[in-house]
Design a protein around this ligand. Structure first.
Ligand SMILES: NC(=O)C1=CN([C@@H]2O[C@H](COP(=O)(O)OP(=O)(O)OC[C@H]3O[C@@H](n4cnc5c(N)ncnc54)[C@H](OP(=O)(O)O)[C@@H]3O)[C@@H](O)[C@H]2O)C=CC1
Ligand SMILES: O=C1OC[C@@H](O)[C@H](O)[C@H]1O
Length: 409
C-alpha cells in the first residue's frame, strides 16, 4: 500500500513539483541550441528546480518557432541563429540537443566560444569525431559532458552495487521504444544527421559497459533491420559482445516496437545480469550464483525494481556432490541517494536529468560531487567506439564524419 502511495506521490510531484527555489547570485546562464523536443525534460524543468541554473536563451533556425518555444517555456531571450547565441558573453553554458550528426560541430564551436557544454547522447557520430572532440578540443577550465542522464540516478548506483563486474558471466540489456513516438521523418531515421537505432538507443551499450566495468574485446555478432527507404539506417538491432573477463553481453534495441511489446516485462529498459559461481567467504563448500534484474534503468524515479536472486549450493568436501541447494531473493529500490547509501541530499521525484544537471553544475563550479558519477572524455570515446564496432560487424557504414573543422585561433 505504501509503495502504491509512494508511486502516486512521486509521479504527481514529477509532473507538478513543489515551488521552484529562488535563483542564487552567480547562477549559470544556459542557452539551448535548437527548439528541440527533449529540451523541456532534459534541461528546462530540471533548471527550474535548481537555484544555480537559469535558462536564459534559446536559438532556433525559424524565428516563429524560436519565439513560440521561448514563450511556452518562460525563456527570456530568443536568438535567431545558433552563432548569435554562442556570441553572447552572458551565456556561460550551452545545452546541445541537436540531431546527432550536428553534435560534433556545435560542441566544438561552443567550446571555442568559451562555453561549458552539456551535449546530448550519443555525443558524436563516430569514434573519429569522439577522439577529435574529447582528446584535444576541450580548452582548460571548460566542462564537456555527454548527457548519459540514467547514470546519475540513485537507482542506477544501487543496481551497480549489486554487481561484481569481474565475475559477470552474462548480461542482457534491452531498450524497445514504441513506434508511435517517432514519425518517418524523425531525425532518428536520417543517415546524414547521424540517425539509426544503434545511435539513438546507444544506452544499451553504455549499460553493458557499466555492468562489466570494462570495454568489449570484440563484437561477436551484430544484426540490424533497416528502414525501407534507406538501407544505411537501422531501426532495430541486436548484438553479442565478448568482454575481457570471458563474459558475454547482449544488447537489443528497437525504435519501432509495439506498445505492448515495449511495456511487457519492462522491455523498454531492462537488464539481466548472471554471475559466475563464486565461493562464499568463510563457508567451506558453499558457492553462490547471483542473478540481478533491473526493470526501468532509464527513468527510475517513476518506478524501478531491482531483483537480486542468490542461488546457493553446498557441496560435499570430498565428493563435490551437491548436498543442499537454496535461494535467497531480495527486491531493492533507491529513490534517493541516501537509499543507495550515498550521503547526498535528493528528492524522490527528481528525474535523472536533475541529478545530471546537479553534477554538471558542481563540475562547472569546481565542487566535488558526493555521488562520484561523471562521464569522462575517455568514456565517451569508448562508447562511440562500441557503436562503431556494432555498425562494422553488421556491415553498415559508420555515421558520417562532420566536415566541420575548427577555426584555428
Ligand atoms: N537524454 C534524453 O533522454 C534524450 C535525448 N535525445 C537526444 O537529443 C537530440 C535531439 O532529439 P529530439 O529532441 O528528439 O529531436 P528534435 O527533432 O525534437 O530536435 C532537434 C533540433 O535540432 C535542430 N536542428 C538543427 N538542424 C537540423 C536539421 N538539419 N534537421 C532537423 N533538426 C535540426 C532543430 O532545431 P531548430 O529549432 O533550430 O529547428 C530541432 O529542434 C538527439 O541527439 C537525441 O539523441 C532525445 C530524446 C531523449
Ligand atoms: O531516452 C530515450 O528514449 C527514447 C529515445 O528515442 C531517445 O532519444 C532516448 O534518449
Amino acid at each position: 500500500m505504501s509503495s502504491i502511495l509512494g508511486f502516486l506521490q512521486r509521479n504527481w510531484q514529477i509532473i507538478s513539483p513543489p515551488s521552484p527555489p529562488p535563483k542564487q547570485e552567480g547562477a549559470l546562464k544556459f542557452g539551448i541550441l535548437g527548439a528541440a523536443n527533449i529540451g523541456p525534460n532534459a534541461l528546462i524543468h530540471p533548471a527550474s528546480l535548481h537555484p544555480e541554473v537559469i535558462v536564459q536563451a534559446v536559438a532556433a533556425r525559424d524565428k516563429t518557432k524560436a519565439e513560440a518555444y521561448a514563450r511556452k517555456h518562460g525563456i527570456p531571450e530568443v536568438k535567431y541563429t545558433y552563432d548569435d547565441l554562442l556570441a553572447d558573453p552572458s551565456i556561460t553554458c550551452v545545452y546541445i540537443p541537436l540531431p546527432n550528426g550536428l553534435h560534433y560541430e556545435w560542441a566544438l564551436k561552443s567550446l571555442q566560444a568559451g562555453k561549458h557544454v552539456l551535449l546530448e547522447k550519443p555525443s558524436v557520430s563516430n569514434s573519429v569525431e569522439a577522439k577529435l572532440l574529447f582528446s584535444s578540443s576541450i580548452p582548460p577550465g571548460l566542462v564537456l559532458l555527454e548527457a548519459f542522464h540514467y547514470r546519475f540516478q540513485p537507482s542506477w548506483l544501487l543496481f551497480l552495487q549489486q554487481l561484481d563486474p569481474e565475475n559477470v558471466a552474462s548480461a542482457k540489456v534491452d531498450m524497445h521504444i514504441p513506434s508511435l513516438l517517432f514519425g518517418k521523418d524523425d531525425v532518428r531515421f536520417k543517415y546524414a544527421l547521424g540517425g539509426g537505432a544503434l545511435m539513438d538507443l546507444t544506452y544499451t551499450m553504455s549499460v553493458l559497459r557499466g555492468i562489466f566495468k570494462s570495454e568489449p574485446a570484440e563484437c561477436l555478432d551484430s544484426k540490424v533491420e533497416t528502414v525501407s527507404d534507406d538501407p544505411r539506417v537501422d531501426y532495430k538491432y541486436s548484438g553479442v559482445w565478448q568482454f575481457p573477463n570471458g563474459g558475454i553481453g547482449e544488447t537489443s534495441g528497437s525504435l519501432q516496437a509495439g506498445l505492448i511489446e515495449a511495456f511487457s516485462g519492462f522491455k523498454f529498459a531492462r537488464a539481466k545480469v548472471v554471475h559466475k559461481p563464486v565461493a562464499v567467504d568463510g563457508k567451506e563448500g558453499e558457492e553462490r550464483v547471483r542473478t540481478v534484474r533491473m526493470a526501468n534503468w532509464v527513468m527510475g524515479a517513476m518506478y524501478h525494481r531491482i531483483e537480486v536472486e542468490d542461488e546457493y549450493v553446498l557441496r560435499d568436501r570430498d565428493t563435490r556432490e551437491v548436498v543442499k541447494r537454496w535461494k535467497v531473493n531480495e527486491v531493492k529500490k533507491a529513490y534517493t541517494f541516501r537509499e543507495a547509501g550515498v550521503d547526498q541530499d535528493s528528492e524522490p521525484y527528481w528525474l535523472t536529468y536533475k541529478h545530471q544537471l546537479d553534477a554538471f553544475v558542481d563540475r562547472v563550479k569546481g565542487r566535488e560531487s558526493k555521488t562520484g558519477t561523471w562521464i569522462s572524455g575517455e568514456d565517451s570515446i569508448n562508447q562511440a567506439r562500441m557503436i562503431d564496432m556494432a555498425y562494422e560487424k553488421a556491415g553498415l557504414p559508420l555515421r558520417p564524419t562532420s566536415e566541420y573543422r575548427a577555426v584555428q585561433r
